[in-house]
Design a protein. Structure first.
Length: 745
């Protein structure tokens, strides 16, 4: 059935988080959709668990026949939004593209100057501005040339070859005298824009804005230091509706900038949750100076099971400089009593939250703050070590455009640089000292995430594809070279999945230190379809080849997983001897002895009545770099999930393959090259006369075996089922046992 065209399709690429890497529901977009639908406009959000590259994504989006495509844009997903917008305009120049969200609010002109495919930026709240836009555009048959946009406040747009910045809309500010004004916007859940099953992790809001003085935060800038609440009745109605869903996999986040910013209101919400017997697990982030033990007790009884506190610094002078507790303009005062009280309150509130059973309880800090010394930062780390918390977020201070610190960054000695003209939205800032000298405290979320990222790298390096069918792009790209060229970046734009993985492997530690910043700048300056870029370097130790994380070098050698490469024979002998560190080992086939070793393992599993039980009853196996050759259809050369790029720009699809093309070649031509090689090999081996022809993987690159030796092993031993069991077991283990990112709450 032909799909009816939409007035607007909203899109939110997640920005590359490992667990939330697809196109997901976004609360702000859902509010806009609900409001527009109320007035009869066709509005939806683009939601999918599928993977796409930019070209395939554009094709899927175009299938909805949208007149307008609206993007929710943050710094973290700016590159993906820009690439998809460019692709849409190339596909159909009549589609109107609109960027909204925090980044377009403060960088609308810069976005229109650098991303020529974007037609309009919506600044600040989007509901009523988008309604006015759609009213005018629909009346003009969605023709930008005839639509007069000059009277719509809150937008920046192209007018001929110029960029026009209309006055701010200030919708919420100008209506602040109307009690609970934002209640006019329909609930995304009650209006069925967001399914109840997605309330975790999407979350809810009880109010918008913030009234604090923090110089680094754009929340107060966007709300002009005001708070715009929903009525308590509206909050309770929404939570009661969400409470009809009984299978929450995690708490529903309250996405207010600080839930207890008005303590009496937070208490009233909790009291109403209890009175109405609403059973929804909740989490929130708040300030320690707007909370008490009594309020924490009430929150816990109301179902708030997790709470986070923003500390930023444990040094009173630094807290004053950033306006965390007192306005920064009171800096000349020597009295830091409020800041000292804030720090002491944080200690007591985190401790009490743990005491009453909240989990997780977490804290955020920043290193490299204005006026901070290396000794100041170390004091913050020492305080964190003393806290009774589950984890903390170790952030390096980042300057956002539009914030007070951005306006005054030179005063504090910061230097700001854009990546380049193509990407002047994402800023790099210097620091008053080497922030990497501040080592992580033991309960750092960075450390938990590092393990998770290295674990994912381990899976990719061992070529156990997650795909079940071939797709016309790569999910992962391994750059096995020291220098990233612009030609490679442009090829990656076309051939890597949005939010896919880029792993770069340097030849040694020295080259990583020397070249990493330049390579990272090259990647991000040219607009990448992902932020998921992980650098590593080779390290040789005691005849073992180890792959070390570059970020572990920065944060501390003990951070993350050491991925070891050993010959299959040695690794399995150590496994049989009871070594306990085999999970992070990749077995490499170097001689025929290694082949015999893997064959013996596969035969042992195949002889067991329950192969999965055998794996469960024994220690975790190492990973196998070339297990795919003993399967039926689980090889990277068939599913093309991962590409390896060498320093001569050649492309390989396994560690021992010959080049199948060079950077610049299309994906379809790469596939044709592989098909040709396979046909030639089948013909040369006379596979059509072989009894194993229906089940043999027909490995094109059987090193260290010859084709003849490979065929011999395939005919003698039936390895398909046991190899499949190992792969399936690894997949199950990945799902059940992988390190969890606590910040996914």
């Amino acid at each position: 059935m032909q799909r009816k065209s939409l007035d607007i399709l909203m899109i939110f690429p997640s920005g590359g988080d490992l667990h939330l890497s697809k196109f997901t529901y976004q609360l702000g977009a859902a509010y806009i959709i609900g409001f527009l639908t109320k007035f009869g406009y066709g509005a939806k959000q683009f939601i999918t668990r599928e993977s796409f590259n930019v070209r395939e994504c554009v094709r899927k989006i175009s299938g909805y026949k949208p007149k307008i495509v609206g993007f929710t844009v943050y710094e973290k997903n700016f590159m993906q939004c820009a690439l998809i917008s460019n692709g849409l305009k190339s596909f159909n120049s009549d589609i109107i593209t609109i960027f909204g969200g925090p980044t377009p609010t403060v960088q609308s002109q810069a976005i229109l100057e650098s991303v020529t495919s974007v037609d309009i930026c919506v600044r600040n709240e989007g509901e009523e501005t988008m309604l006015k836009l759609l009213s005018i555009l629909s009346a003009n048959n969605y023709n930008l040339k005839t639509a007069d946009l000059n009277k719509i406040n809150g937008i920046t747009f192209r007018q001929g070859d110029k960029i026009k910045i209309n006055a701010d809309s200030n919708i919420l500010l100008s209506n602040r005298s109307i009690k609970n004004y934002i209640d006019k916007y329909p609930s995304p859940y009650i209006s069925e824009i967001i399914p109840l099953s997605k309330a975790s992790p999407v979350g809810v809001i009880t109010s918008r804005g913030c009234n604090q003085n923090c110089v680094y935060c754009n929340c107060t800038i966007m709300s002009k230091r005001n708070i715009f609440p929903h009525s308590i009745e509206r909050v309770i109605d929404e939570l009661a509706f969400i409470g009809e869903y009984k299978e929450f996999k995690g708490p529903v986040p309250i996405n207010d900038d600080a839930f207890t910013i008005i303590p009496t209101r937070a208490a009233q919400i909790c009291e109403q949750i209890i009175e109405n017997n609403i059973k929804v697990p909740l989490s929130c982030i708040t300030r320690c100076d707007t909370i008490t033990e009594d309020l924490l007790n009430l929150m816990r009884e109301a179902g708030i099971i997790s709470v986070g506190f923003s500390l930023e610094s444990a040094v009173p002078r630094v807290l004053r400089t950033i306006g965390k507790v007192s306005p920064p303009e009171s800096m000349n005062l020597d009295n830091f009593e409020k800041e000292i009280e804030f720090i002491e309150k944080l200690k007591s509130m985190t401790s009490y939250a743990k005491k009453i059973g909240m989990h997780p309880v977490f804290v955020s800090i920043m290193v490299g703050l204005p006026g901070e010394t290396i000794q100041d930062a170390q004091k913050t780390i020492e305080l964190v070590k003393q806290l009774n918390i589950d984890f903390y977020s170790h952030n390096h201070f980042h300057i956002y455009k539009g914030t007070p610190i951005y306006q005054n960054h030179k005063k504090y000695g910061y230097k700001l640089t854009s990546l380049c003209k193509k990407n002047n939205i994402m800023l790099n800032n210097s620091y008053p000292f080497n922030v990497f000298k501040i080592r992580l405290a033991p309960q750092s979320a960075t450390e938990m995430n590092r393990d998770r990222l290295d674990y994912n790298t381990l899976k990719i390096l061992s070529f156990n594809p997650e795909r079940e069918v071939l797709e016309p792009f790569f999910k992962n790209i391994i750059i096995n070279t020291d220098v990233i060229k612009l030609s490679l970046v442009k090829w990656i734009q076309e051939n890597l999945a949005i939010n896919g993985t880029i792993i770069q492997i340097y030849s040694n530690k020295e080259n990583y230190i020397k070249l990493d910043k330049k390579n990272e700048s090259t990647l991000f300056s040219e607009l990448m379809p992902t932020l998921y870029y992980e650098p590593y370097y080779w390290h040789k130790s005691d005849k073992i080849i180890i792959l070390k994380s570059g970020k572990s070098y920065n944060f501390g050698e003990a951070l993350g997983l050491l991925i070891k490469f050993k010959s299959t024979n040695i690794a399995m002998r150590q496994y049989d001897e009871g070594h306990n560190t085999m999970e992070n080992v990749v077995c490499v086939d170097q001689t025929e002895i290694d082949i015999i070793t893997i064959q013996d393992l596969l035969l042992k599993i195949s002889k067991d009545k329950n192969g999965v039980r055998y794996l469960l009853d024994n220690k975790p196996l190492p990973r196998f770099q070339k297990l795919c050759r003993w399967t039926h259809n689980q090889a990277n050369c068939q599913l093309l999930e991962t590409a390896i790029i060498a320093n001569d720009d050649s492309i390989r699809i396994c560690w021992h393959s010959k080049p199948i093309g060079k950077v610049g070649i299309s994906f379809s031509n790469l596939k044709s090259n592989i098909d040709y090689l396979q046909k030639q090999e089948i013909k040369r081996r006379n596979c059509n006369r072989c009894s194993e022809k229906e089940t043999c993987m027909k490995c094109i690159f059987p090193y260290p075996l010859s084709s003849k030796e490979y065929c011999k092993y395939k005919k003698v031993n039936n390895t398909i089922e046991s190899a499949r069991i190992i792969n399936s077991f690894n997949t199950m283990k990945d799902l059940l046992l992988k390190p969890i990112n606590p910040l996914d709450f």
